[in-house]
Write a protein of this length. Structure first.
Length: 371
């Protein structure tokens, strides 16, 4: 099997990550990996800073999407997902400080609370149309949030009982509310895409071939063979780093890494290293910086100082043989995945545009946050 170049692999990795993030975005779920320094944690938000839903009927829907209700608790969960992103947005865009009154202070004619409500609304519409589609496709039978919470309670009881009896379980002992929702929604989304891929979003051979032809140079470039000369300084001190930098400068002046090594009186160790498909796995795992540098070198080119495990190195390109392209037959699964993500995104946008949404304005506008 042919292997992608590191450059292509990195692009593929970025695209895969982008697709994953797109799926999360399509689900209407926003994960913020780093809390703003002056923003409360989710635990604190659940307590000290909380949604004010008292005075509102819990059974009443905040909105309906194609006739399917979104309960108050379900909408509150969407607001909690968007909370940190909203805080960071106003901190970044307006220099806002998260303090008493933050949510109701106007910035650019809009309050953070209004923005939070709106982004949660958009999230819920996108999320709900996917759940409705999954129910229509027979992937799930019930999309009630209350039903999801009931299933979570039962799942947690079974897990707790299994742990008490000494059985091995996979995943957490107890699912949190949001954690369980994300787990079940992710499984639903995978099954929904699979169903749609076999019907509405089925890919034709022509689509696959066209995608390959349009993207083979950026995504499906084969691994080149690059033969290099390496000057290694086996020391992780700043002194070794300086030696590597001097060797690089000298090699570029002399147009030879070998002559530079002799000029430096043997302070580094010379060797020849080949980077190709057979070494790609180990190179990318153990020396990714060295590999990335080598992949870009042309014959006669000399690198700067490279940080490697155990010290510093300088490379000189000696020979390069391009790897050609990965055949379409070997890239077809990757192509299907990318195309399906694209078509799913287009399909979802169409579903959102045509969704019949009715908002309970009197309820929607009473949702507040107490600092």
């Amino acid at each position: 099997m042919r292997i992608f170049t590191v450059k292509a692999w990195k692009r593929a990795r970025v695209s895969i990550m982008a697709c994953a993030l797109l799926a999360v975005g399509m689900a209407g779920v926003v994960f913020v990996m780093e809390n703003p320094s002056d923003a409360p944690s989710e635990k604190e938000f659940r307590g000290g800073s909380r949604l004010l839903s008292h005075g509102l009927e819990q059974e009443e829907a905040v909105l309906t999407v194609d006739g399917e209700p979104v309960s108050l608790r379900e909408f509150e969960a969407a607001m909690l997902r968007e909370r940190l992103a909203t805080i960071r947005l106003f901190q970044t865009k307006y220099g806002a400080v998260y303090d008493q009154g933050f949510w109701n202070r106007s910035y650019g004619g809009k309050t953070p609370l209004e923005t939070l409500r709106q982004t949660a609304l958009e999230q819920m519409i996108r999320l709900k149309v996917q759940q409705i589609a999954a129910m229509r496709e027979g992937v799930i039978q019930n999309i009630s949030y209350d039903r999801t919470l009931q299933k979570r309670g039962k799942e947690n009881q079974e897990r707790e009982a299994a742990v008490r009896s000494g059985k091995v379980i996979y995943g957490p002992v107890q699912y949190g509310e949001e954690e369980y929702f994300q787990y079940t929604f992710s499984n639903m989304l995978t099954s929904l895409k699979k169903h749609l891929a076999a019907s509405k979003l089925a890919l034709s051979p022509e689509e696959i071939s066209l995608f390959y032809d349009e993207n083979k140079e950026s995504l499906y470039q084969g691994v080149p063979m690059v033969r290099t000369r390496k000057l290694m300084f086996s020391d992780q001190t700043e002194g070794a780093a300086e030696k590597a930098r001097k060797a690089s400068v000298q090699a570029k002046k002399l147009h030879s890494l070998e002559k530079a090594a002799a000029y430096m009186s043997g302070k580094g160790r010379l060797s020849v290293q080949v980077f190709d498909a057979s070494s790609l796995r180990d190179d990318s795992r153990y020396e990714p910086k060295l590999l990335m540098t080598a992949q870009l070198l042309k014959p006669g080119e000399i690198s700067g100082a490279i940080t490697v495990s155990g010290g510093y190195a300088v490379l000189e390109g000696l020979e390069r043989i391009e790897g050609g392209f990965v055949p379409q037959t070997e890239a077809v699964e990757d192509i299907r995945s990318r195309l399906l993500d694209r078509k799913y995104g287009e399909w979802l946008e169409d579903q959102v545009r045509h969704a019949q949404v009715e908002i309970n304005r009197s309820m929607f506008e009473k949702l507040e946050i107490k600092d």
